[in-house]
Design a protein around this ligand. Sequence first.
Ligand code: AMP
Length: 217
Amino acid sequence: MKTLKRFVLVGAPASGKGTQSSFLSETYSLKPLSTGALLRAEIAEESALGLEAKKYMDAAMFVPDEVVNGIVAKWLVENKDSGCLLDGYPRTLAQAETLDVNLNAMDLEVDIVVYLNVALELIQARMLKRKACNACGETTRNGETICPKCGEPMVVRSDDNPEAFAKRWKDYETLTVPIIEHYSKHGKVVQVNVNEEVEPQDVSARIAAAIRAYSEK
Ligand code: AMP
């Protein structure tokens, strides 16, 4: 039975990573870090990092690797004794390589990569309905105006429109999918396919079953 402490969650934009990140962190006692939610919170606070990140996010571009690598490296050191879950990071091969080096320097490694592989048609339909909370990062798809977690307003993300989405999807395919290949080579990827609209808890159950099978291998 493998001990799993360091999780990476990979999926396309609007694939349900936020929801499954909550499930994974609660079920496996992991501290989650969503780089996207963290950057949105910095933008809401109008911090220097937020103002820098906003330029890229408004243009549906990735924030530069060195900016994101720096944030995550600091967080990993602060949380080195906890189980942790990275959601939305690494997003490029260069980020994955930096992550591996930073973890190795602490005698740690990525233990498992959960790859949420959701059909494009489902993602497109979801993206148009989704809202996000800038305060706590919660994401909903049912038109809520107030965050069910913290009571702050829910807003449509500035990068959730068809043009921005097309760009983000292309970046996902060309820049992010290679990290799945990178971790597959090391036998660390569990892939969960979602080809039909199912309840989030059904996706969670599939993920849990895939993790169980992986940990027993
Ligand atoms: P997400 O909430 O994961 O969809 O991220 C929203 C946006 O934040 C992305 O489209 C990027 O502009 C930026 N972002 C989040 N994580 C990263 C990352 N690891 N590398 C570069 N940009 C990121």
